[in-house]
Design a binder for this molecule. Sequence first.
Ligand code: UT7
Length: 321
Amino acid sequence: MYSRIAGTGRCLPDRILTNAELEQMVETSDEWIRSRTGIERRHIAAEGETTSDLALRAALQAIEAAGITPADLDLIVTGTTTPDQVFPNIACLLQDRLGVHGTPAIALEAACSGFMYGLSVADKFMRAGEARYALVIGAETLSRITDWTSRDTCVLFGDGAGAVVLEASETPGILATHLGADGHYKDLLYVPTGPSRRAVTPSRDDGFIHMRGNEVFKVAVRTLGGVAEEVLAKAGVDKTEVDWLVPHQANIRIIQATAKRLDIPMERVVLTVQDHGNTSAASVPMALDVAVRDGRIQRGQLLLLEAFGGGLTWGSALVRY
Ligand code: UT7
């Protein structure tokens, strides 16, 4: 038994924050942000709007696109680093809001790789015959952990959610997945505090994203090509067969470097970073949904999905759509 993508969905909050607005908030410029990152705007959750609010809207779209109802789901897997609350986990919150009862509700935290981790875990459940329909979500409200006075990070991040419904299938949709991590790099990208570690002398920085951007950039470029090659080798597929690269949307320069290493022209890369910045776990499923709904991605095509993020963590998947 295999899994295949039966439906996709996404949700961006209504409020758009432009580069021009950021110029009024910190010492930056539209030109710097565009040329260094490719980002033009990002979406910010409204006051009181939570990660599960965004996740629910993305999930309902994916469920509708798959032609099923929430009651058909028998597994929910979420990737987020900005859950609504410590517990119950966000997969449980989502399960309740979908009116589903009894399915396993697995919440993963692998920063920007959260969706790729979730996809791989759900695929393994389905290959083991333990689920017929699985909902996999990447959702974030990174605006809540962004220091809006720091130009090093605040120009980069945004909020959103992306979802897929996987369906058990006798022919493979997900051909292979590859996951990895290297905790040695834990100090390159992190939020300092959590429930079990509070600073003795709390500072306003404690709950914010800290990033050594240039170092993360270099490791990302070094790692991502290899992550893609691993999954191609696992599936026994040559890179020339890939129809669409659907990468993590952190920085256009990282995406261009990865595409170049794989000899994939930018016309065959799904690019959404300009519209919503880095939305961490949400970025790959949102990009996938954009290209499915605008008709670029067609049934039968071969997709290479990949992500990279805090941990450091990474993941890739080769998918026959
Ligand atoms: O989601 C997965 C993990 N995250 C990523 O993949 C992000 C990886 N990193 C990056 O995307 C890039 O490193 C950044 C976009 C964060 C930064 O770009 P960079 O080309 O690596 O710039 P830099 O950090 O080397 O900084 C270059 C200059 C510095 O000034 P000096 O020292 O050359 O005078 C910075 O102070 O740009 C300055 N700078 C800015 N200037 C205007 C940094 N942030 C800004 C800003 N506006 N927002």
